[in-house]
Structures are given as C-alpha cells and as structure tokens.
Write a protein that binds this ligand. Structure first.
Ligand code: NDP
Length: 315
C-alpha cells in the first residue's frame, strides 16, 4: 500500500478556475497539487478562438490559452499531475481524496474546479462537425461572433437556449430555434423575449435529425416535426446546442450541498466557501449563470485567497 501524502492544498480540475487557483496558491507558498482530470484543460480545449479573455488583444485558441495557464502555474511550482480524483471523504477534519491510481491524499484545503460539461444531442453528424470546428457549438457567447451576418439554428427551450438565441439574434440575420415540445421550459419572461424578436423563428415539436455539411463546414440542419413526421431542411452555417450542462460534481454529492441539477452551492454568497470547512469551489462546478473563462478564473482566484486565509487562521 502506498504512503499517504499530506499536503496543504489540493486543486481538482484544470480549466481556467483550477489554474488560476494554482497560480495564487503557489505564490502564497501553499505548494498546491493539481489533478488535471478527465479532460485536461477543460471545456476551453474544445473551443477554437477565444477573443473575449482580457489581455489577448488578437485572440488566442482555447488549447493554446490552457497551455499558457498550465505553464504559468508550473512556473510557481504547482505540482500538476495527469489523472483524476475519483473518491473523496470530507467527513473529518482532514480532507481525504483518492486518485484513480490509488494515491491517498490528505489535504488541509481542497479547491474544487471540476467544471461542467455541455450536453450535446449525440448525433454522429453533430459530433463530426464539433470535432472539425466546422460550425457546431454549445456556447453562443463564445462563438456567436463568428456567425455575424449568417443564419444559425439553435436547439433547446430552457433559459440558456432563450438567452443564447437572443444573443445570436443581434449578430445573425436569422436564428431558427428548434423546440422539441409544444412549449418552452424557460421562464415566461425569457420565452416572451424570444417570441417577440423578429429574426428568431421558433419551430415547436421539432427535433434535429442530422447536421448537414460539405465535409468541412456546416451548411444546414435536417429536422423533423414529431407530430406530423414532416421533414425540413434549414440552411445555416452555425448549429448551436443549448440543452443544458452537467456539472462534474458526482463524487462530492455525499458531502457537499448541491442544487437540483448538481451545481455546488456556495455557503456564503460572494465567497468560494462550501458547506464543508476547508473545501472551496471555483468555476462552472458552481456557476450555471455566467460560465465564462474569465469568471471561472476570477472565482479561482477567490478560492485560493479563501483557502490561504482559512489556513492562516488555523495555524
Ligand atoms: P434546462 O435543463 O433548464 O433546459 C434544457 C432544455 O433543453 C429543455 O428545454 C429541454 O427540453 C431541452 N433539451 C434537453 N435535451 C434535449 C434534446 N435531446 N433535444 C432537444 N432539446 C433538449 O437547461 P438550461 O441550461 O437552459 O438552464 C439550466 C438552469 O440554469 C435553469 O435552472 C435555468 O433557469 C438557469 N439559467 C438561468 C438563466 C438566467 O436566469 N439568466 C440563464 C441560463 C440558465 P424539454 O423542455 O423538452 O425537456
């Protein structure tokens, strides 16, 4: 059996929240250990161009930005490790965590930055153009800009879909919204705003059958009316999926307060405290509203400062 590793600060997850927390924790001499998780670099590694992160005047690709963040964290001697934490026990004074290779870590503080994963429809054609960077996206605020003056299609009927459709309507000539039921799930006010927007066409009872393309770029969407079985083709260059996110918080549910979707709840508003002392959260694992790289980085900074103050008060 391997020895137990005792550390001051464990950071779980390697998106902008995790690396920013690492930069601050390392500079505060907390000697952080960061586990990269199942998707090193997080959601940004599936994004092409990032143009809205302050400081990158000419933009940067998602993967490049994550390499820079990682190297910045390593410059201050963050111990960045491949692999993931698959079990925790937050029931005692010491926070016990286990990695998938069996390493047992006892950490004074834990910063959770495991993020969330966008849900996709799972169609082969959708995944193909997503991987090619050819016009499939799950984030209108990130990618809408690239479709200025174009026609786009968005799937979903919740608050996110309404917000994103409205955002796209200001950039695109036309937005077609595919709603699978005959009503929205979104709040009345959000749905009403979409209904009143002239260049948004809403197709109810409509499901996506296939994302059409020329082998490189999206050219349209084949959809079907689930009441009449009528099929239609909608020309577009961008296909946006806004059917919800799943926060990566399953391993914490026994110990932390989560909301009904699984987002970690903050114990104190305006801080990164969870309901367990010494355990802090940053980024999309607790954020269903903003979900931006820059907000994740900001909360990563907050978590490291909160962890540092917690440790100082204890010793
Ligand atoms: P939701 O889970 O609320 O909505 C998901 C939507 O996607 C539903 O309309 C659902 O349809 C649809 N959907 C799911 N799977 C499919 C599928 N396979 N094909 C077609 N459609 C599908 O997720 P949101 O991300 O919209 O919102 C999450 C939470 O965040 C909510 O609590 C929301 O209120 C909140 N939020 C608040 C905002 C604000 O207040 N500004 C902004 C954004 C989010 P169906 O209805 O048929 O099940």
């Amino acid at each position: 059996m391997s020895a137990i590793e005792r550390i001051q600060c464990l950071i779980i997850g390697s998106g902008p929240a995790g690396y920013t927390a690492a930069i601050y924790a390392a500079r505060a001499d907390m000697k952080p250990v960061l586990y990269e998780g199942l998707q090193p670099g997080g959601q940004l590694t599936t994004t092409n161009e990032v143009e809205n992160f302050p400081g990158y005047r000419d933009g940067v690709t998602g993967p490049e930005m994550m390499i820079e963040l990682k190297e910045q964290a390593q410059r201050f001697e963050t111990d960045v490790r491949p692999g993931f934490i698959d079990r925790v026990d937050f029931s005692g004074d010491v926070h016990k965590c286990w990695s998938e290779d069996g390493t047992e870590i006892h950490a004074d503080t834990v910063i959770i930055s495991t993020g969330a994963s966008a849900k996709y429809l799972g169609l082969e054609s959708e995944q193909k153009y997503l991987e090619l960077g050819g016009g499939v996206s799950a984030c209108a605020v990130c990618d809408g800009f690239f479709y200025r003056g174009h026609e786009t299609v968005i799937v979903g009927a919740g608050d996110s879909a309404c917000e994103e459709a409205h955002y796209l309507s200001k950039l695109c000539t036309k937005v077609t919204m595919l709603v699978r039921k005959e009503e929205f799930r979104a709040s009345k006010i959000m749905a009403e705003r979409v209904r009143k927007t002239e260049n948004i066409e809403i197709l109810y009872n409509t499901e996506t059958k296939e994302v059409l393309g020329d082998g490189q770029l999206v050219t349209g969407v084949k959809a079907i009316n689930n009441k009449t079985n009528e099929e239609i083709e909608i020309p577009c260059t961008g296909f946006f999926v806004a059917i919800g996110h799943k926060p990566n918080t399953d391993i914490f549910k026994e110990f932390l307060k989560l909301d009904e979707t699984g987002y970690i709840e903050y114990e104190k508003p305006g801080s990164s405290y969870t309901n367990v002392e010494g355990v802090f959260v940053a980024g999309d694992a607790a954020d269903k509203t903003y979900r931006q790289a820059v907000t994740a980085a900001g909360t990563g900074c907050m978590a490291a400062l909160d962890a540092e103050r917690y440790l100082s008060a204890k010793h």
